[in-house]
Design a protein around this ligand. Structure first.
Ligand SMILES: *Cc1c(COP(=O)(O)O)cnc(C)c1O
Length: 469
């Protein structure tokens, strides 16, 4: 095909300048949204990439300026989407780490928006007009709910574990069962946290069985504490043995050692009414004799990201006075959300008001009822459509967040199929909608689980689904 653009050099002459790209309709609009400096940077990258492609001998498009305009638009769209945006979680995974773990309760969201985001009483006492203690109310509420003598709150449970081990075990040995040397969610590995905190690992027993005597034999002059870690997302079943926390506690105390339990997901109340029977409950661990426990704020507790350290007053006091605390403490936004969340527990309204618990408590029958009502609207919206169709099938939701991996929650799912789009294409289109809908693909089906979709998100979900038709 002989043309005016037969050699790379001739083609490069048609390459638009950065200025020309900035003067296109998209260039002008994006300059307003992204600022001129950043838009110029993006346009430069677009033009440079295109130059490199042409020099490498790629076939030139007829309209190079139009191509640059499209690419600029695309680059800006992708960048905006990488930020923090709300999504509709239709996966059925309740504590979805990639989707921000616990969605906050209405009162927690209200506390963030109306209280903590203004000037606020973070370290100010309204009664005396003097400096107040940061986090005092959240700490007291948690002490009340767990029965702990004292509580301290840090950035997350990983920080809490690192902090406790650094302060109480650095330079000494920590005794732990081989069955608890686990990895929780990719970058929290118990052996790594221990070595980072300067404590030496003293592993005892075997993966499936550890006896009290195994712990006792490992204790020596260098031992600082006995560590128990809740295996969270992992279960050892079958021929197993593990001393109870109470047995470990009396062993530790007989030797003048501290017993520390990292319970991770940290239920504050008995969750067996919502189907979680073997999750450790914070208060019970303290009753059983743990000196210190740590757990997350945004797993089963259902609040903001936080790491809660609860236990004996003298131990907590030492942590509070340690210089590391300043580096690990949380901000006013998290305190406000945590206080509001804890308030629901204190009023006995946790399962009604905290989304994580409400979603876990939904029965298959309740979800089926909702799905049937939803499907009536969907059928109505799809009246003249030939391509998109759906089924309702039985399935399971997941708790997620490393809690109770052996519990499966029965649910009823919407399964979508399309004559022209593949399951992957449908999933991607839903992700591009506004607000984005995150669905699940299983066995070649695109699945929507209403368990994790808030009532008020149903219209948004419906619109997104109808846009597939
Ligand atoms: C989840 C978990 C952690 C890490 O908690 P983050 O709040 O995510 O830092 C630590 N220990 C246990 C046992 C856990 O389950």
């Amino acid at each position: 095909m002989p043309s005016a653009r037969s050699t790379p050099n001739e083609v490069l002459r048609d390459l638009p300048s950065i200025d020309e790209v900035l003067r296109t309709a998209a260039g002008r609009r994006i300059s307003v949204e992204a600022g001129e400096v950043h838009t110029t940077d993006m346009a430069r990258i677009v033009v440079n990439n295109l130059r490199a492609e042409l020099q490498a001998g790629d076939k030139a498009a007829a309209d190079l300026l139009g191509l640059c305009e499209d690419r600029l638009e695309q680059a800006w769209r992708v960048e905006v989407r990488t930020g923090t945006h709300r999504v509709i979680n239709a996966t059925g995974v309740v504590i979805h780490t990639n989707l921000g773990r616990a969605p906050l309760s209405e009162s927690a969201r209200e506390a963030i928006g109306n209280e903590a985001s203004q000037y606020c009483t973070l370290e100010y006492d309204l009664t005396t007009g003097k400096r107040g203690k940061r986090g005092l109310r959240a700490e007291r509420m948690l002490a009340g709910l767990t029965g702990a003598e004292s509580v301290l709150i840090v950035n997350n449970c990983a920080a809490a574990a690192f902090f406790v081990l650094t302060v109480f075990a650095s330079g000494g040995e920590v005794v732990i069962s081989r069955g608890e040397l686990v990895e929780i969610g990719g970058d929290f590995r118990v052996p790594d946290v221990l070595s980072q905190s300067g404590a030496a690992l003293r592993e005892v027993g075997t993966t499936n069985r550890t006896k009290l005597a195994d712990y006792e034999k490992a204790i020596n002059d260098k031992t600082r504490l006995i560590l128990r870690v809740h295996p969270s997302n992992y279960r050892i079943v079958g021929y197993t043995a593990m001393p109870s926390l109470a047995e470990l506690s009396s062993l530790a105390h007989r030797h003048g050692l501290m017993l520390y339990e990292d319970i991770g997901s940290g239920a504050l109340i008995d969750l067996s009414p919502v189907g979680l029977r073997d999750e450790p409950i914070a208060g019970l661990s303290l009753i059983a004799g743990a000196d210190i426990i740590t757990f997350s704020g945004d797993k089963l507790l259902g609040g903001p990201q936080a790491g809660i350290i609860a236990g004996k007053a003298d131990r907590i006091d030492r942590l509070r006075k340690h210089p590391l605390y300043r580096a690990l403490r949380i901000d006013k936004i998290a305190y406000a959300a945590l206080e509001a969340t804890l308030d629901s527990y204190r009023r006995g309204k946790a399962v009604l008001e905290i989304p994580v618990l409400t979603m876990l408590a939904l029965t298959k029958e309740q979800i089926t009822d909702r799905l049937e009502r939803f499907s009536v609207q969907l059928t109505k919206g799809l009246e003249d459509n030939e391509d998109l169709s759906f089924d309702m099938i039985d399935g399971v939701s997941a708790i997620g967040g490393g809690a109770a991996p052996s519990v499966s929650l029965a649910t009823r799912l919407l399964a979508l199929s399309h004559k022209k789009l593949t399951v992957r294409e449908m999933e991607e289109k839903l992700r591009q909608s506004n607000p984005p809908v995150i669905a699940r693909i299983l066995d070649g089906k695109l699945l929507i689980d209403l368990r994790t979709v808030a009532d008020e998100d149903e219209p948004g979900l419906l619109t997104a689904l109808l846009s597939l038709a």
